[in-house]
Structures are given as C-alpha cells and as structure tokens.
Design a binder for this molecule. Structure first.
Ligand SMILES: Cc1cc2nc3c(=O)[nH]c(=O)nc-3n(C[C@H](O)[C@H](O)[C@H](O)COP(=O)(O)OP(=O)(O)OC[C@H]3O[C@@H](n4cnc5c(N)ncnc54)[C@H](O)[C@@H]3O)c2cc1C
Length: 827
C-alpha cells in the first residue's frame, strides 16, 4: 500500500491504528504502534466477546482521555526535549507521516511514501544535504564535531543524530551506582594517535588526572605460586618462576635459531613465530582465550600491528642474570599507553558528554532508535519514545552508522538481491559480550594494588580477564575519597554461550568477589557496593573470515551512500579505541564533504604507526611554548591558544592548554619550534608566537598579543634587530658555559661552524655583511613569513638540533630566526 507523500511543516508523529479490539483485561491498552523491544512484530489483540455498540460506548471516554494524554505528551516532549520545534522546520520537511496500516504493524519499506525528490525538483529550491548519524558514541561525535568545525548544519546541510539511549557516549559512557561509586565500561585509557582528537578533548574537558601506566598480569606459575608480572609479560620473563623462565627462553631460542618466514595463517601461528612455544603456552594462549573467548587459531593475525611487544631475547637473558645475581631488573617501558590521562570528574562518560556539549543541542535526538533503513529510497525508520513507542521515517542523503555491523545489515531493506548475501556474511562476524562487575569497597586498599592501574588475569579460577583499580584513577570514582576504593572487573562471554546460569548477573558477581578474595585482594566484609551491567557487543573478534567479510560488505554499503564506522560499525579491533573511533567519524565526514581519503579505517597499521597531525583546524593565532620545568601561570589567560611542548618530566600540564605534547628533551627551544613548524607547516595559524616558558621577562614582549601586532607589521621580535657577522663558533659571554657546567648540563659544542650551517641551509654563501638578528628566541611570525621557506628547509634545520638536550646549534638558530622571516610583505 502506498500513501501519497506529504510534506509537513510541523512535526507529526502519527500513530498507526491497531485492530481496535479490547482484550477483556480490566485496563484499556491502546493498540498504537507500540513495542518494548527492537522487534517489529506486533502481537494481535485477542478476540473480543462484547457487542460492537457496547464496546464503542465503553471505549469512547477512554479513547478521548487517551488522545488528550497523547496530545499533551507530544506537546510536552516538543517543548521540553532537546528538539526545538521552531528551529526544526527544516527537519520536519524530512519527517514522513507514518502510513496507516490495517493491522497496526509498521509498514514494510516498499509501502512507505515515495521520495520527496520530486517535490524539491518542482520547488526548484536547492535542497540541503541531509546527513543522518546513527548513534552518539565517540564515532558519531567525531563525525558531528567535524561537521560543526567545517560550518555544516547551517544553510548547507541538516544534521540529525539519532541515539536510542538517553545520553551520548555509547560504550565509552559511565554510570554512578546508588552508593555513589562511578563505573566505566571496563578500563578506558585515553591514548591518542591524533592531534585533532587531543585538541577536541582538551577543549571539552577542563580537568584531567595524568597517570603513568602500571599494568601487570597476575598469574599462577609452574611452581603454583601466584605473582604479578609487569606488562607486557613477554618483556618480563625474569619475574617468572624458573620452570616458566626456561620454557619461555627455550621457545625464544628456537625461533631465533630457526625463524619461520612464511606468513602466519592465524594468530596462534603468529604468536609462536614471534614468541615461541614457551611464552605461547605460559601466558599468550590462556590470556587471549579468556579475553576473546575463541582459540587463538580461530583469529587472524592482521590486527596485531603495534599492540603486541615482540621480545628481545638478549635483553631478557640480561635481565634474568641481573635478577639471579640479586640486582633489581628494570621493568619494560614498552607500549603506546605508557602515559595516560583520565578525566578528574565523571569518568570516561564525562568526556563524551562534554564533547556533545560543544555541538548544537538540536542536532541530537535521544531515545530515538533506528529500526530499519530503506537503502533504495534512503530513509530510516525511527522508533521514538521511552514508554509509549511511535515510529516515523527520516530521509537522508548521507548516512553514517555506528550501529554494530551485524545488526545494522539485518535492519536494511532493499530490492537489491545482494542484500541477502550481505546478511549471510554479516551473520558470520564474531563478537563477545562484555559483563562489568564493579565492586565498591571500604577499608584499606592492599599495598599490592595501590600502585597499579589495571591487572590481567589469564587463569581460569576467576571469571574476569582484567580488573581495573578504578579508584586509583580519580577520587571522583568513590563516594568519599580515602574511605572507599573500587575494583572494576571485565568479563568476556562467548557470542554463543551455553550454560546461561553461569553468565547470570548473580553468578558473575558472586564468582568475581570470590576470586578477588581468593587472590587476597579483598575480604568479603569490605564490599559495600555491587554494580553490574552487561553489554551485548563488547569486543569485535578479529576472526579468520573477518576481513573477507568486511571487504565485501563495506564497499557494498558505500555504493548505497552509507558509511558504517566505529568499534562495531567498522568491526576492526585494531582501530576500535576511542581515538580511532572518533577519528573514523571525522575522516568519514572529510571523505563525504571533500573527498579527502580516509586513513584509519582503510589503513589501521599506518594510522597506528605514527601521531597523525593532519586534519587539525588552526586557530587565528597560536602560542608555541618550549617548556622544561618553568612556572606557567603567566600563560593562563592564553591557555586556549597555547600549544605547549613539554621537554621535561611532567606527566601532564598544571592546567588545560589547547595542546600539550611531550617532546624528547633535545635541541633546547629550537627543537620545539622547528618540530611545530615542520609538523604543522600546512596548517599554521595566521600568526604563531614562539616563546620559552620562562617568559624572559624584560627581554621579550610582556604579552603574546604584542608579538601578534608586531608580526603583522613584519617585525617578528621585540628589540630592533642587530647585525650579526660572526660566522665561526658562538662566542658565549663570560661565565655562560661555566654556569651550565655547574648545573650538570654542559653545552655540547657544535661539529660545524655557524657559516657551514648557514650555507647548508640556504645553499649559498653566507653574506659578508652579516645578517639581522634579535635575541632570546621569542618572536611572532605570520604563516606567510614562515612559508617563505619550504618544509625541507626547516627539516634540515631541525636535524641540527636533534642531537642532545643542550647544544650549540640551538644558539645558531637563535641568531637565525629573524633572518628566516625578515622582509616578507605581510600586507
Ligand atoms: C570493555 C571495553 C574496554 C575498552 N577500553 C578502551 C580503552 O582502554 N581505551 C579506549 O580508547 N577505548 C576503549 N574501549 C573502546 C571504546 O569504548 C570505543 O572505542 C568506543 O566506545 C566506540 O565508539 P562507537 O561510537 O564506535 O560505538 P559505541 O560506543 O558502541 O556507540 C554506538 C552508539 O550507537 C547507539 N545505537 C546502536 N544502535 C542504535 C540504533 N539502532 N539506533 C540508534 N542508536 C543506536 C548506541 O546506543 C551507542 O550509543 C573499550 C571498550 C570496551 C567495551
């Protein structure tokens, strides 16, 4: 059945009528399009035994009351919800009237009204690009933030974010239990491969705790003793008992002697090739089985990338010798998340609620679940409402979905015959269910846990594979700091599990607490709160067939104008963390709007191999600061424009800057400045101010803003420049070198003269008359001034100051900055 297409200017959610019978139960139940689950099937009402007239008379007042309640409810929803009706006339153009159906069920996709394209063609008005995003987790918020930063959602496009739950964050959300303990969905470490992601988080979340990772495995050795082994286990074989040590070393020697060069056909082969049989048996197979719920030979090895540390056998043997001779061996510092930060307040969920607050409120529609998508005629069917559910349809030009790919594929409607194959493939994707058991505790936290971030548990005598010492992340995670502490257990259930009673809430809470007691971490009387939640989709398993499946479904979806991205939308575990997910959203938008190729989803290994600095949106001015350990208070008024390069030992900044980045302590301030120029050459601010963190009071401008004025006038520094024509080594003023010697940080003399460095950089002879220069390495420069030289020029200069912390070449650079930028017409 087709109903004519109807454009409405107010939001109309028309309920579809049921059969009109009553069930004979005392309370009247309207047969509106109601459902409590995602299922579309409606239950028919039981037959009625009353006469039709009596029934109508009895029903009439109730129907009237119900209609009033519904109308009032609708008015209330529109006035009180995030959706501002007036602002949304444009959205309403897209909302289709719900078609009537005889039996009260939602109509099949084929029966929805025809497209609005014809009407738009008649009106000859340019239609706005309609972008619908399903979900409001990190991926969806990445897409939305990018759209916002690129000025979308105004005259150019209409953005709608549909979220079935009542808040943003998805799997990266947090919940406070009724005792006041806060819980995440398992450990959520913010580690980033992307500058854009960092800057959005810096802008959104003002206060962070900075932590150094302290993660361990807790496992029983062959000597039957349980012990903590620092992460990654393969780099800490020296901590194991002697039997396990020997097994691991034997395996490593075997693979060193007879390396296997063929490509591994599964993850198990990869493990043996890289770690040997010993390590595979002692830890790898057991732990991976527990977290992934499948055997390692059922997984591919393509996902591994940077995530697994490959051990150095010589280093391991040295460590064992050190331990045997009574020395304390140094722990491995491997890994991408050696340092991490965590929000001071409201947990991981607080991050994403804050990011959502950076976006227009009216883009979001909470409690609105997409239940089907007509890919031929490009509309989604949305189920809305928390108690009484109704359905409407929403057209799109571009759809970004973050819904798990398996269920998403099953919600598609199309005449395209290949949809059946897509469903068949999607049904073969493998995933785990995640259970979170939060244990709120009182009393003293044992010393063995006080210094830990999280611990892995490979043994089968506990249900969890990982426990996070969550109260160590922030005082906000417990009702009262000092009095309480908390442990958050993560448990993985296989996709198809037998024994439902084992996976029940009651049993998992019981088993988790028993294991924590067994391990000596807690006593049962310490427990004051037991939190539990189950997540249908927890880990996207990199199964053997995964890539074959994705390589068919994803291009097929793309031909339909659909981008399915994110942890489960993309189903690639290697790029399924928050930073990856967020950036998949960002990159999808860049592809959709400007045809800029995506990176993260198509090329996970490349994305993970470096810090990705493109896609940043520069500010009007930026203040680049080289910092070691100086006081930073003077920068507070400019923090939202400051990019701080930290070359000292701090875990994080004292307050939030637009950007805070840890740099190796090399080449004094020159290294930081050149790192910035070479990294952001194509994305420089209109004016960049470069300064050292000690403020150089009296020798530099008082405020960074003065540099901006000065740079715009073509003068990059405060004092009028002087001539410099000493082309040899730097003649330091008396006592300068000695002062550094005394500090224990002597200046390393240069291997080349100033003339040689100059001529190498410029490719021509140093001018005999000398160059203009100004002191103190504090200056401002417009992007035109900086781009007077190509990036290669600055890369050459950077190479000179990448040798050690305090080197003479940095002083050459101090004499060159003005010369680099002088004489540029900035008009
Ligand atoms: C146990 C665990 C530990 C983790 N640890 C870390 C970590 O240490 N570090 C890290 O960075 N990341 C971690 N992550 C990953 C992080 O949670 C994800 O990267 C992120 O949440 C993925 O975001 P997403 O938007 O792709 O998906 P999701 O967060 O799953 O969001 C999808 C959203 O879509 C909504 N939705 C689904 N179906 C529909 C529908 N039909 N209609 C409307 N809305 C719908 C959902 O309600 C949800 O809000 C972890 C995840 C888990 C489960």
């Amino acid at each position: 059945m087709r109903t004519p297409h109807n454009h409405t200017t107010t939001r109309e959610l028309r309920q579809s009528r049921g059969r009109g019978g009553i069930s004979g139960v005392p309370r009247f139940k309207p047969s509106i399009c109601r459902s409590n689950s995602s299922s579309q099937a409606m239950k028919p009402n039981p037959p009625c035994s009353m006469s039709p007239l009596r029934r109508t008379r009895r029903l009439l007042p109730r129907v009237l009351v119900l209609m009033m309640v519904l109308t009032l409810g609708l008015i209330w929803k529109m006035s009180s919800s995030n959706i501002n009706v007036e602002k949304h006339v444009e959205h309403d153009m897209m909302i289709r009237q719900l078609p009537k159906s005889v039996d009260g069920t939602i109509l099949k996709a084929e029966d929805w009204p025809t497209s609005s394209k014809d009407t738009h063609a008649r009106n000859k008005e340019p239609r706005k690009h309609r972008i619908v995003i399903i979900g409001s987790g990190p991926t969806a918020l990445g897409a939305a933030k990018r759209l916002y930063d690129l000025g979308q959602g105004k005259d150019n496009s209409v953005i709608t974010i549909l979220e079935e739950l009542g808040r943003p964050g998805g799997l990266a959300s947090s919940t406070r239990d009724d005792k006041g303990f806060l819980w995440d969905v398992g450990v959520h470490v913010v580690f980033s491969h992307y500058t854009y992601f960092d800057r959005v988080l810096n802008t959104a979340v003002p206060e962070w705790n900075y932590r150094r990772r302290a993660s361990f495995a807790f496992m029983k050795g062959s000597d039957q003793n349980r012990r903590f082994i620092p992460y990654p286990v393969q780099n800490n074989i020296h901590v194991m008992d002697k039997i396990d040590q020997r097994r691991c070393i034997r395996g490593l020697e075997e693979i060193t002697k007879n390396p296997i060069n063929r490509n591994p056909t599964n993850f198990d082969e990869w493990l043996v090739q890289n770690f040997g049989e010993g390590l595979a048996d002692v830890f790898m197979r057991k732990y991976n089985r527990k977290i992934w719920t499948v055997d390692t030979n059922e997984m591919n090895s393509a996902w591994v990338g940077e995530r697994v540390a490959v051990p150095d056998i010589e280093e391991i043997k040295t460590k064992i010798k050190e331990v045997d001779s009574g020395k304390k061996a140094k722990d491995s510092e491997w890994g991408p998340n050696l340092f991490f930060r965590f929000p001071k307040y409201n947990g991981t969920g607080g991050i994403w609620e804050s990011v959502a607050r950076l976006l227009p409120n009216h883009w979001f529609r909470f409690h609105e679940k997409v239940i089907s998508i007509d890919v031929d005629r490009k509309f989604v069917v949305v189920e809305t409402g928390t108690d009484i559910k109704m359905r409407y349809a929403l057209e799109y030009d571009t759809l970004i979905s973050t819904v798990p790919l398996d269920s998403f594929t099953f919600s598609l409607k199309s005449k395209d015959r290949s949809l059946k194959d897509m469903r068949e493939l999607a049904s073969q994707l493998v995933y785990t269910h995640t259970h979170i058991v939060g244990v709120g505790l009182t009393g003293q936290q044992p010393k063995s846990l006080a210094d830990k971030s999280w611990v892995y548990f490979p043994d089968s005598d506990s249900p969890f594979y990982r426990v996070t010492m969550f109260s160590n992340y922030s005082d906000d995670h417990v009702p009262k700091e000092g009095l309480y502490w908390s442990l958050m257990c993560e448990i993985a259930e296989p996709q198809r599990s037998s024994n439902p009673s084992y996976w029940s809430r009651e049993n998992l809470i019981k088993e988790s607490i028993e294991a924590l007691v067994l391990y000596g971490f807690i006593t049962a009387d310490m427990v004051v709160s037991k939190y539990y939640q189950r997540f249908e989709h927890g880990y996207p398993v990199p199964s053997l067939k995964r890539d074959i499946i994705l390589n068919v479904i994803q291009p097929w979806l793309k031909t339909k104008g659909i981008y399915s991205r994110g942890r489960f939308g993309g189903w690639r575990y290697e790029v399924a963390n928050q930073d990856h997910s967020f950036m998949q959203g960002v990159e999808a938008v860049d592809k959709i709007l400007s045809d800029v190729p995506e990176l993260t989803y198509p090329d996970p290994n490349l994305a993970n191999s470096k810090k990705n600095t493109d896609r940043t949106i520069p500010l009007d001015y930026e203040i680049v600061i080289a910092h070691y350990n100086e006081d930073l208070d003077w920068l507070k008024p400019y923090a939202d424009h400051t990019l701080l390069y930290h070359q000292g030992k701090d875990l994080g900044p004292p307050f939030q800057f637009y950007s805070w980045e840890r740099l190796e302590n090399l080449g004094r301030e020159a290294h930081a400045y050149l790192h910035h120029i070479t990294t952001y050459y194509d994305r420089l601010a209109d004016v960049t101010v470069f300064a050292q963190a000690d403020h150089m009071s009296g020798r530099c401008y008082e405020t960074p803003l003065e540099y901006i004025d000065s740079a715009k006038k073509g003068v990059p520094c405060m004092k009028l420049p002087e001539r410099y024509r000493d082309w040899g080594r730097v003649k330091f003023v008396e006592g300068y070198l000695e002062a550094y010697e005394k500090k224990g940080d002597p200046i390393q003399r240069a291997t080349a003269t100033f003339r040689q460095v100059y001529e190498h950089l410029y490719g021509h002879k140093a001018p005999r008359r000398g160059i203009w220069y100004c002191w103190n390495a504090c200056f401002g420069a417009t992007k035109q001034q900086i781009r007077r030289h190509p990036p290669e020029f600055y890369k050459k200069a950077l190479a000179y100051v990448s040798r050690c912390s305090n080197q003479e070449e940095a002083h050459y650079l101090e004499r060159l900055w003005y010369h680099f930028f002088e004489g540029v017409d900035t008009s």
